[in-house]
Design a protein around this ligand. Sequence first.
Ligand SMILES: O=P(O)(O)OC[C@H]1O[C@H](O[C@H]2O[C@H](CO)[C@@H](O)[C@H](O)[C@H]2O)[C@H](O)[C@@H](O)[C@@H]1O
Ligand SMILES: [Mg+2]
Length: 264
Amino acid sequence: MTYQEQPEQGEAKPAPSNEPALTALSMYPDQWALFLDIDGTLLDLAETPEAIVVPLSLPFALHALSRKLGGALALVTGRSVAFVDPLFAPFRFPVAGLHGAERRDAAGRLRRALIPPAFQEMKSAIAREAEAWPGALVEDKGAAIAVHYRQAPEREADIAEAMQRYLDEAGSDWALQRGKSVVEICPARAGKGHAIEAFLGEEPFIGRKPLTIGDDVTDETMFAAANRLGGQSVRIGPPNDKTLARASIFSPARLRDILASLAA
Ligand SMILES: O=P(O)(O)OC[C@H]1O[C@H](O[C@H]2O[C@H](CO)[C@@H](O)[C@H](O)[C@H]2O)[C@H](O)[C@@H](O)[C@@H]1O
Ligand SMILES: [Mg+2]
């Protein structure tokens, strides 16, 4: 990953169809909790998982915004918690990782996901099989494994078939998670919706309305939870009638601009 040294240039601002959701948060910061996805939401998508770029100002903007919200800001991601922390250094935010299978609360307590020996062996078998798919990338995330085909789109069907086969062997403690040019096997009890409900049961999130912002199918459970709990849900990308999100923001860059202005 790299860090952008220069302040980024905000792109031309599209019509702010979505911004009332964020305006409410800025007007009543003691009433809202903010839950942010990372890839495709806070950060632009990149060709590989390691090639993401973190604008230098972003961790500071998130920290300032978190303070305005009394600490009620959490990252909710498919990445592992261990991967996330260096991205946002020197700050450590509450974070749900592996699509909710692991979670560190605002007090710093980390609930890890177990990695049984059989899962470790399965990850090795997947990595060996992936050697036959040029361009495919295997991402070992500890208690989850992802196979990416962004650079090998012609392998999508092979990879999906293989991951389903491994899932069938792994049993019901595991689940398949599709995403943008990726197929993952994660703990079945994972779910971003459950993660935000868990945060909302704890200080400093308790009693607040959730505003969830994400970009992908894995974010739909947190959109659903936010809608059900009287909050708001925003999807990054062009308006889309297949999502449960009630509003949209055109791009991660536009979201970063909005978050920076809320933080100032
Ligand atoms: O829940 P998120 O924070 O959005 O994480 C979802 C997955 O993001 C990463 O993969 C995606 O982003 C990569 C970098 O931009 C891109 O190359 C890939 O095609 C996308 O699927 C990450 O690598 C996964 O582990 C996350 O589950
Ligand atoms: Mg995402």
